[in-house]
Design a protein around this ligand. Structure first.
Ligand code: DQA
Length: 159
């Protein structure tokens, strides 16, 4: 089963960007750790980062045809504004569940960060644990996909 991790704008600058908020880890370090854990658990994992809203919408839509089973997404600033990312996640959600992840504790920051356009249509949100948020997001997604697989298998047996 394949998990796609989508990182939004400015997350390519992790390690340089506002280190007091986001910490010193680089995006490639975070991705590497996720890859190790995914592989250990028998999952395929793919990474996508873009600073452009439409490209993120495309990456979500492509999940329908590229074998993706689950999405982990940190839409970064677009979390608070993007109806098109919300609509894309809503369009694929019957087939592909998503987990929302944030490095910082958005609820403890500026008021404009308190609103997420996607929280109510994802399986769950993990926020405030730095790189660990992604790790917890991956653990959650693997659990969701394992449960789905088990449910499908037992449905198959009952037919
Ligand atoms: C973020 C929080 C957003 O408010 C912010 O715009 C980001 C990163 C996080 O991971 O904490 O770019 O999504």
């Amino acid at each position: 089963m394949k998990i796609k991790v989508i990182h939004g704008p400015n997350l390519n600058l992790l390690g340089i960007r506002e280190v007091n908020i986001y910490g010193p880890a680089k995006l490639e370090d975070i991705n590497k750790n996720l890859e190790v854990v995914a592989k250990q658990n028998g999952f395929e994992i793919e990474f996508f980062q873009s600073n452009h809203e439409g490209d993120i919408v495309d990456a979500i839509q492509e999940s329908l045809t590229d074998g993706t089973n689950g999405i982990i997404i940190n839409p970064a600033a677009l979390t608070h504004t993007s109806i098109s990312i919300r609509d894309a996640l809503a369009a694929v959600r019957v087939r592909i569940p998503a987990v929302e992840v944030h490095m910082s504790n958005v609820a403890a920051r500026e008021e404009f960060r308190h609103k997420s356009m996607i929280s109510d249509i994802v399986a769950g949100t993990i926020t405030g644990f730095g790189p660990l948020s992604y790790h917890l997001g991956l653990i959650s997604m693997m659990e969701i996909l394992n449960q789905l697989k088990m449910a499908q298998q037992s449905q198959g047996q009952n037919q």
